[in-house]
Design a protein around this ligand. Structure first.
Ligand SMILES: [Zn+2]
Length: 303
């Protein structure tokens, strides 16, 4: 399934990622309503990673324009007091809108999106305050059912009879597929956290380790760690506005080449809005080289 993903992300200013197929919004930075326009009506589930203003300030307008009959469902880290405060303010500021549904999530909680898809929340390392849950990351999962191995070789009629007598669990078993991982802000990419994820959205605020701060990631580390994963695609976001687009693209290609990254890498450049991110040209593809023209010529067999 092609995921239609709209997104924008600039560190400090605004971050949001909208997976249209599921009406699923990760973070709700400023400008989301202006960018999505009427598509904002499709937002049904909002999962906010933490209360930094660049991840929540779009909620006010999104709520005013779209909240009705308990939708959207807005989820946030359970110990973050900013969200109940925001809810109270919005209800007074825009009493004619809504209600939306607000719920704080504990690490490990899951939220169903439909019959076969759910979101899993986990503590993120971005904001740590003892046992309190102040920041989360999220994974979009799908439940696929496959025939129990011991039934291989049975014909359709036999399987049907077994299902009728003993129920679905007797003939198939559930398997969890991790479709999309979303880091939010994070001090580093830990490969073990994202094992099995197909498409990973990870922040890469800084292009070099020496400028990295403890609560954010840097590009060389993120790419070197991601290279250990078996991803279908890596999407890098939350770059600092101090970097120009060319600088970011070149740095991604350079580090991806050095780490021999075996999957495409997309970037969400500061100040840009994407309407169908995964249909854009990846900045890096396996087999490509630092220079894009060189890469295209190689693909065409000219070199
Ligand atoms: Zn941020």
């Amino acid at each position: 399934m092609h995921l239609t993903i709209a997104a924008a992300s600039t560190a400090l200013f605004s971050t949001w990622v909208f997976v249209e197929n599921f009406g699923l919004l990760f973070d709700a930075g400023d400008g989301i309503s202006a960018s999505l326009g009427q598509k904002g009506r499709k937002v049904r589930h909002v999962f906010v990673t933490h209360a930094d203003r660049d991840h929540v300030c779009g909620l006010l307008q999104l709520h005013q324009l779209n909240a009705r009959d308990g939708i959207p469902h807005i989820f946030y880290p359970k110990d973050s007091g900013s969200f109940p405060a925001l809810k109270d303010f919005m209800e007074k500021f825009d009493p004619q809108s809504g209600p939306a549904t607000w719920r704080g999530l504990a690490p490990g909680e899951t939220v169903p999106l439909d019959k076969t898809h759910f979101i899993e929340a986990r503590t993120s390392e971005h904001v740590t305050m003892g046992d309190l849950t102040k920041s989360l990351d999220y994974t979009l999962c799908a439940v696929r059912r496959s025939l129990r191995p011991e039934l291989t070789g049975m014909n359709g009629a036999e399987i049907g009879a077994l299902r009728k007598e003993h129920g679905e669990d007797a003939v198939t078993e559930p398997q969890i597929e991790k479709l999309v991982g979303y880091s939010g802000d994070a001090p580093q990419l830990r490969p073990e956290r994202w094992s099995g994820v197909k498409i990973l959205f990870h922040e890469a605020t800084f292009l070099a380790p020496e400028t990295a701060r403890s609560s954010h990631s840097n590009l060389p580390d993120v790419i070197a760690s991601a290279a250990q994963l078996d991803l279908e695609a890596l999407v890098l976001l939350h770059f600092s506005a101090r970097y120009k687009a060319d600088e970011i693209v070149q740095a991604v290609r350079q580090h991806a080449a050095a780490a021999k990254v075996g999957f495409p890498v997309f970037v969400i450049l500061p100040g840009q809005v994407y309407s169908d991110l995964l249909s854009t040209e990846p900045v890096w593809e396996p087999g490509c080289f630092l220079d894009r023209e060189d890469c295209e010529e190689r693909q065409e067999g000219l070199i």
